[in-house]
Design a protein around this ligand. Structure first.
Ligand code: MN
Length: 259
């Protein structure tokens, strides 16, 4: 299949290299990735300066476009301007560090897959738990088999998969969970410090992650050494709230508009 590969850690990141290495013999892979790390930029796009896509060749097998933009920029630019044909599927990753719970909202890895889904393509975001990832190759093999399955089965329009893989050898993985997005989050801290001119500044840190207990939830699945696969929708409408809101009185006569 024709795969567009991106990430948020930059084109030189080992997680992207591992995925490319795994996919390249059986698939036609085009890499369009940020030219530097753009983790946690969410779904931002570049509007106020021009985008440049430089061809990068790391070895005989690896070529790609390094873009001075965000992961979402890479998908847009790749689809509209760089790729000669529409890819069959988009893969984003492999990100070191889980993208579960509330982190999904900040993740550039997830946003790239979301951008692809907005453009009507099947897409998968892939992350491995833990920042010191030693085993991208097993995760890449799983991502490849899942990509093939997604292409066979299809995904609903506007839905993509957010996949998180425990950072253990494959023999120690105890299964997969089709999970929900949890409410787990990093325990935000801001350390207040003083600069040399005695002005205060804040250094954000988040050293511990608060997980959900429900085993059906993304972060909890990882805690049990299981692969978490969450279908995510681009349509963020809350349909229950929509029905309730429609029952409110929406008579504009109640508004005190200025005379
Ligand atoms: Mn990242």
């Amino acid at each position: 299949m024709n795969i567009l590969l991106t990430n948020d850690d930059g084109i030189y990141a080992p997680g992207l290299q591992a995925l490319h290495q795994c996919l390249r013999s059986r698939h036609d892979v085009t890499v369009v990735a940020p030219d530097q790390e753009r983790s946690a930029v969410g779904h931002g796009i570049t509007l106020h300066h021009p985008l440049r896509a430089s061809k990068v060749a790391l070895n005989a097998h690896f070529q790609g476009y390094a873009v001075n933009g965000t992961p979402a920029d890479c998908i847009k630019l790749g689809m509209v301007a760089l790729l000669p044909t529409r890819p069959d599927l988009v893969l984003s990753g492999i990100n070191p560090g889980a993208n579960v719970g509330t982190n999904i909202h900040y993740s550039g890895t997830v946003a790239a897959a979301k951008e692809a889904a907005l453009l009507g393509l099947p897409a998968i975001a892939v992350s491995v738990q833990g920042l010191a990832v030693v085993n991208f190759d097993d995760a890449a093999a799983f991502a490849e088999s899942l990509a093939e399955r997604v292409l066979q089965q299809g995904l609903p329009q506007g839905t993509f998969l957010n996949v998180n893989i425990p950072n253990v050898p494959f023999r120690d993985i105890s299964g997969t969970v089709i999970s929900r997005q949890g409410t787990g989050r990093f325990d935000d801290r801001f350390e207040k410090r003083r600069d040399p001119r005695n002005r205060s500044y804040y250094w954000p840190g988040a050293d511990s992650q608060v997980f959900d207990d429900d085993p059906e939830v993304d972060g909890a699945a990882l805690q049990g050494n299981r692969i978490s696969i969450t279908p995510i929708k681009c349509d963020m409408t809350d349909y229950d709230a929509l029905e309730r809101l429609r029952c409110w009185r929406w008579d504009l006569a109640h508004v005190g508009f200025p005379e």
